[in-house]
Design a protein around this ligand. Structure first.
Ligand code: ASP
Length: 714
């Protein structure tokens, strides 16, 4: 009972604070919903200065970097700053034992030495528009599920085409409020993006996994890229003739400093939040899905970590795979802790009870919403086993071992409908092979494959795996079975694969089908598609439609309040203040860290805390230049109360004048559950202080030439 009362109290507390700090707001609607509040908090600019389709505005300097990060343009020559962890894949790709940019850092020192990154894009938003009427025009709740979803999809395709007809732009349409609204986003997509500079991992990832998702923090999490365009300043494929992009707008960088309580705004591309999911969904995440995924990844990460210690080559090969897997692995653990602390399931149940009362008082509401909670109950009960099977399949098979990831790339060759398609698929595969084998170590992969196969066959409900695989269970995991399978497969050998592709025909398909790794992969996959995937998708669609209704009801219930649309990897604004917090009894965190703290953590015995010698020297000689705070220390990071999530990595953090003061890169450990439930007391975003980035560029790397193209506000 006490827990329930507590849950209701927390729920009420969160509800009343709901508009204080929580929120990732839509830039085109600032004038209507936010600008007044922002001004009250100290913001000095207008909504048009932030987002405008008529003249240059801040939005023109914020980019979607790759497929899931943000970056900010900081010079008139297209210089771009994002996180080290966002550019990590590119830095790793350029690294080898001979040129180990991960360990030593990389500084181009002039434009001709900047490194190209095939496949990397940067998107700049041209405009966003509410197209709900056009998308939902012929859709009603009375239609069946398939008809509803089909009409929406058809409308989306048509509207997208209409909007970009005759332009070189790209368009994306995304649902908001779980499908109750739709927005279109028009982008310019740049394809020639070059690496300009990155600090060594001992700065860019200082503190490693131990410090990740944790405040206080001392990570120099930044890297520099440059956008190149054709001579007409328009996006162009890579060419040595391309020139630095001239942006409509770039961020001036403030060196004057910040203090506790200052206004801050984060402008970027938050990926996913789930603010309106019911108690059943929260229960599933915290008690089933997150723990299962964490357990699987622990096994994989331990193997990788041990193998990476054995040679510099393997350390480089698995560096990127390791950090991407461990980032979510740690976040899920924090998320579970936070949800438990808030008693989130009961908190949600309390709001569902409120909802029930609200529905019961009005016949029209009863007609529209009376079945919503029961429908959730029914569909989530059906969903549980499929969600579990899907988690095991995704983690152990789909993105478990290297060799199964490669096997999946062969499937389109088998299913190609004509010669032309086959040629395209072979081309794609050939291209993939180079980067795949650069980062492949067979012994490491055998260990991972064997461990994950063992988990898969023992943990997944037997009814979801093929008979033949059940028979193999006693063998799976034995070193004999693993070695034999790998030895007989051509997928471990680039030359053999190339030979197969050189003359690919019907016989080659047969050869492929007989390959022990490919055959095993296909057998597992087909069973998954037939027994899990279909049902999983169908129930997901059912849940989506109930969720849409539930969210519509919440919007109706709160008609006079401002609600936040869940993040969906589109441009948003969060604002708050620089502020610390109290994570535990008798513990208070202040909001700035400094270089002094890096030196305090210095430990040459521990890889993640081994401070580079030249940084130690700069500290001892106090060679800080102008990059200091009022006490003469170099500031490193700060925490603030802006609501952010994954995707906000690399987001520009600006002050009241719109000048760049930081680069968002993480959240507080106590606030990792903020994608689901936001706790204003504990949720903090973590940003790199721009003064630290400039200090590293100038004093540490000797790349001060880059500062000349920036606008520094002193
Ligand atoms: N560090 C986080 C990430 O990499 C950013 C966040 O989620 O706040 O996804």
């Amino acid at each position: 009972m006490l827990r329930q009362i507590l849950a209701i109290l927390v729920f009420t507390a969160v509800s009343t604070c709901l508009f204080a700090k929580e929120g990732m707001w839509i830039p085109s609607l600032l004038q209507k919903y936010n600008i007044e509040e922002m001004a009250q908090m100290g913001f000095k600019l207008s909504a048009e200065d932030v987002y405008s389709v008529n003249h240059a505005s801040m939005k023109d300097a914020v980019v979607l970097f790759g497929n899931g990060c943000t970056g900010g343009v900081i010079s008139g020559d297209g210089l771009l700053i994002t996180n080290h962890h966002c550019g990590f894949g590119q830095i790793q790709e350029h690294s080898s034992v001979e040129h180990d940019y991960l360990t030593n850092g990389f500084w181009a020192m002039n434009k001709s030495k900047e490194l190209t990154n095939p496949g990397l894009t940067v998107q700049i938003l041209v405009k966003m528009e509410d197209v709900s009427d056009k998308i939902l025009r012929n859709v009603s709740d009375k239609m069946d599920k398939v008809a509803q979803l089909d009409s929406i999809q058809k409308n989306i395709e048509k509207i997208k085409k209409d909007y970009i007809k005759g332009t070189a732009y790209s368009a994306d349409i995304k649902p908001l409020f779980n499908g109750n609204q739709y927005f279109i986003y028009i982008y310019e997509v740049f394809k020639d993006i070059r690496l300009v500079g990155a600090p060594p991992i001992s700065i860019g990832k200082f503190g490693g996994d131990t410090d990740n998702w944790v405040w206080p923090r001392h990570t120099g999490d930044f890297s520099l890229f440059r956008i190149y365009a054709g001579k007409d300043n328009k996006p162009a494929a890579y060419s040595s003739e391309n020139v630095p992009y001239k942006p409509k707008k770039f961020f001036p960088i403030n060196l004057k400093g910040l203090k506790e309580g200052d206004f801050t705004m984060v402008f970027g591309y938050p990926g996913t939040t789930q603010r309106y999911i019911p108690s059943r969904a929260v229960d599933l995440i915290m008690n089933q899905s997150d723990p299962a995924k964490v357990a699987i990844r622990t096994v994989k990460l331990n193997i990788w970590s041990e193998r990476m210690k054995t040679s510099p080559k393997i350390r480089i090969q698995y560096a990127d795979k390791y950090v991407s897997a461990s980032n979510s692995w740690k976040k899920w653990q924090g998320e579970v802790k936070g949800l438990q602390r808030l008693d989130a399931v009961n908190m949600k149940k309390a709001s569902e009870a409120e909802f029930k009362k609200w529905v019961a008082t009005d016949p029209e509401r009863i007609q529209k919403y009376a079945t919503v909670l029961a429908d959730f109950e029914k569909y989530y009960t059906e969903y549980l086993p499929y969600q579990a099977a899907n988690d095991y399949y995704t983690e152990c098979i789909q993105r478990g071992s290297d060799i199964f990831t490669l096997a999946a790339r062969f499937e389109p060759l088998e299913t190609a409908k004509n010669d032309e398609q086959l040629k395209t698929e072979i081309g794609k595969l050939r291209e993939y092979l180079a980067s795949y084998f650069k980062d492949y170590d067979q012994t490491t992969d055998e260990q991972v494959w064997s461990a994950l196969m063992k988990i898969y066959v023992t943990k997944i409900d037997r009814k979801f795996i093929p008979e033949k695989l059940i028979k193999l269970i006693p063998d799976i995991g034995t070193s004999n079975f693993v070695t034999k399978t790998y030895k007989k497969s051509i997928l471990t050998d680039r030359l053999k694969i190339t030979k197969l592709l050189d003359n690919f025909n019907q016989k080659s398909i047969k050869q492929l089908q007989k390959d022990p790794v490919y055959a095993l992969f296909k057998m597992i996959r087909q069973e998954y598609l037939a027994k899990v995937d279909q049902n999983y998708k169908s129930i997901t669609d059912n849940i989506r439609l109930v969720q849409k209704k539930y969210t519509a009801a919440i919007m109706e219930m709160n008609a006079r309040k401002r609600l936040m649309a869940d993040a969906n990897l589109t441009l948003r604004i969060a604002y708050g203040r620089i502020e610390g917090y109290k994570p535990a009894d008798a513990v208070t965190y202040t909001s700035f860290t400094t270089l002094k703290g890096i030196i305090e953590k210095d430990n040459p015995e521990i890889y993640d805390y081994n401070v580079p010698e030249s940084l130690r020297k700069l500290y001892v000689t106090r060679n800080f230049g102008p990059y200091v705070n009022e006490s003469g220390e170099v500031p490193v990071a700060f925490c603030a109360s802006n609501h952010t999530t994954g995707g906000n990595s690399g987001s520009p953090v600006v002050n009241a004048q719109g000048e760049l003061i930081g680069l968002n890169f993480d959240r507080s450990w106590e606030g990792t559950m903020s994608d689901i439930v936001y706790d204003p007391d504990q949720c903090r975003n973590i940003a790199l202080d721009m003064r630290y980035a400039l200090f590293i560029i100038d004093k540490f790397a000797g790349a001060g030439y880059l500062l000349k193209e920036m606008e520094l506000v002193r």
